[in-house]
Design a protein around this ligand. Sequence first.
Ligand code: ZN
Length: 419
Amino acid sequence: MKFESQPSYSLGHRTPARREAAASEIGANVTLVSQSALGAINRGRVLQALYDNGPKSRADLARLAGVNRTTITGIVQPMIEEQLLVEGDAAPSDVKGGKPARPLYFNPDAPMLGAVLLLPGTIQACLVALTGEIRAVTKAEFDPFGDRQAFIATLTKTLTSTLSHAHQAPFGIGVASGGMIDSDNGVILAVNLAPVLTGLPLVNILQEHFSLPVVIDHHPRALLVGDRWFGPGRGQQNFAAIYTGEVLGGAFFIDGKVYRGLAGSGGELGHTVVQIDGEICNCGKHGCWETVAALPWLRKEAARLGLPQPGSITCARLVKEAEDGSKAADALLDRYTRNVAFGIVNLQQTLFLNSYVLHGDVAGGGAKAAERVRQHVERLVVKRPSQEISITVNGIGEGHTALRGAAGLVLSSHLKVVI
Ligand SMILES: [Zn+2]
């Protein structure tokens, strides 16, 4: 199956698909949802049921996706025709005298999805199968303060190398990027730590170069999509992904869908203020959450306290040194996780999502760091009766979650799947 022979998937569908999704309400009053939006929601449910349960018969899929037996045929048949799904060998029916059921699963020969993770100074590209399997990872570095043409050349070369491993043209390319992103117009608006990316119309550039549909979104939102499809967000209707590293950001899954503000805004949590008149931030304002809960703060505090090798301190190292009996490491770990908790408390009071998946540096501290964050949140939050707050880490590995999430962005826009 060649890309050219695909039915008319064009990039023009990108924004309307998203608008339809935004107008829909999963699980509530679905009769008010337009037919095409409902189709996208049902596709999403069927794909999620396959991710969660492996190959399944139509009857089982209908039950797992919460649709009736008639509807399931209407959902899966076009996906078989588009060669996204294939029917396996017949298994004996559970029902006596019933027709043998042929399980459906992802077509191993279906086109893959291209994915790019763009963070200040580094590029990662790969192919992602519909099953979530990652292949042909290519990495490169770029000068965050360098020349724009040099950056574009490095990016296209990296991506070309990855795409050369695809047996057929991929469905499209999903880009997860740090910074402030306009996902509707495909432009990176600003990246404080990588000015070379600021103002870059990346979607147009990549679309012209590769003649493939391209979508871009905020890095934490790709983490959220990765969590939802393949990580701790599976099956959840409400949760947030929180990323801490050189910067801090987040994304929200609310009432069964990815939240996007105007032009893909929202989730720039690093710049919510936790300390009025606090330290100056990369953004030029004072007291942002990022100034007390990201790696630059941790390095500065480690140096001030005289911890060894403060320039390379991480949450993972703090956890280990605390376990080995360092009181200083233990105390700093406690302050760091408390500072992370403060922002989560504000978010909890605002949205009551109850479930938070940590990524980046703080997630490197594993379940121990997550538990410390949870305890601080419990102490700081104004709780409602019987409210359980869960703080977890995605143990799959950061890069892979973001890349799978970036690929998931292509699924949601190009294949009209509501994630
Ligand atoms: Zn700021």
